[in-house]
Design a protein around this ligand. Sequence first.
Ligand SMILES: Cc1cc2nc3c(=O)[nH]c(=O)nc-3n(C[C@H](O)[C@H](O)[C@H](O)COP(=O)(O)OP(=O)(O)OC[C@H]3O[C@@H](n4cnc5c(N)ncnc54)[C@H](O)[C@@H]3O)c2cc1C
Length: 448
Amino acid sequence: MKNPKVSIVGAGLVGSLFSCFLARRGYTVDVFERRQDMRKANISAGKSINLAMSTRGWTALEKAGLRELMEPMAIAMHSRMIHQEDGSIDVQAYGKEGEAIYSISRGDLNKIMMEVAEKEPNVNFHFNKKCVDVNFEETSLKFEDSETNESIESKSDLIFATDGAFSSVRYGMQKTERFSYSQDFLKHGYKELEIPANSDGTHRIPTNYLHIWPRKSFMLIALPNLDGSFTVTLFMAYEGKYSFENLKTDEEIMDFFKEHFPSALEHMPNLLQAYKENPTGSLVTVKCNPWVHKNICLMGDAAHAVVPFYGQGMNAGFEDCRILDDIIDKHQAEDWQAILAEYNEMRVPDGQAIADLAIRHFVNMRDDTQDDNFLKRKQFEKVLMKHIPEFLPQYSMVSFSNIRYSVALKKGDDQIVMLEKLLEKYPNESDWETDKVLNEMRSFLKKY
Ligand SMILES: Cc1cc2nc3c(=O)[nH]c(=O)nc-3n(C[C@H](O)[C@H](O)[C@H](O)COP(=O)(O)OP(=O)(O)OC[C@H]3O[C@@H](n4cnc5c(N)ncnc54)[C@H](O)[C@@H]3O)c2cc1C
């Protein structure tokens, strides 16, 4: 199958990027999206709603020839700025000098990718087309047009499902034999709020940081936008002492912010309005296996919805696109059974690994950023990074490398055990740069 006719379901971040990859190959590509065209609808999706892009995302954009277009839209966040309960501030660098994660507008990213793909005559986007059924034998899809209520069928050689965490195509796969599936909701949800820009368009709090106000069972984070505002997200349980259920009246909301987030509240003049208007979103982890059935393949959140705490959902979805494109290169686009089988074999363990890492990172951001042992280990990691170039902490493997997530999970966990052993043996900082400590670590790393 040299020049397949391809359908992509979902023109979100991953579907739009994959359409760019396939457009470059000259395939006939139809992208079906449930919503209206965000470019025409004047949806401000993206004006303030942002995401953290890290190495995996950039690597995929680079392979698709889009990196240069996107870089001017990104704001580097080289460190976490931790706003402690006592009002003090800690700064924790994410990686080595020069390493950063990047805040980028979801909507702008999405729109640009659609525009780039659509420039190719072989790519067509179809909006207001909700996928309602999939036929695996025929490689065909059924859509409902939300404007005309018409029912439309489309047949192709290959289907890529990028229709998000509640994928309709995956729902079809669930009815096939031996399809494993799990869906877990956190007891926490999230609500998006805002720190607006100063009147001169500058940021009210320091720009190049991911701000975190960790408070054990709940937390607030803020990522900068190009327009001078910050998108602020409150993560909190749905029910319980500190919960969305218990924050309903103006007084309850204001008292809560005054008590727990006074340094954020002073920059949030529209808190009450935003709190009441914006929905509370749920946080889901979806794991499934296989991701491929016949000529139909899951990618992005449709294959692996992860909680947002590692900032990796989109990055992982972009990596799906890059790796599948690498595999197509390798097989010279001829043997699609082999291509899809290899993608499935490689990516399923990685999707499951990032799901597990993301859940753990929630605890990390919420609690460990204040924990002395965690902070000591971070210090020790910095010393090791200075002397042992091949040493990468787990966070760096995930965010600043393209090492497989499954390797980052296993190696990172083993490393943490080793670091803790070394810290027990050598609690004094003065020992950390000595040959005996560094050589023990070097010989541990040789195992990998
Ligand atoms: C609060 C929050 C913060 C996050 N922060 C980060 C971050 O900092 N970094 C990061 O990497 N990731 C982050 N993520 C994760 C990221 O948003 C997702 O991983 C990413 O959007 C997945 O892209 P996707 O294209 O697979 O799915 P989506 O972006 O969900 O796109 C799916 C598309 O499919 C369409 N669709 C759905 N159903 C149908 C249907 N039946 N028919 C046709 N079309 C359909 C939808 O309308 C949508 O356009 C965050 C997520 C949340 C909730």
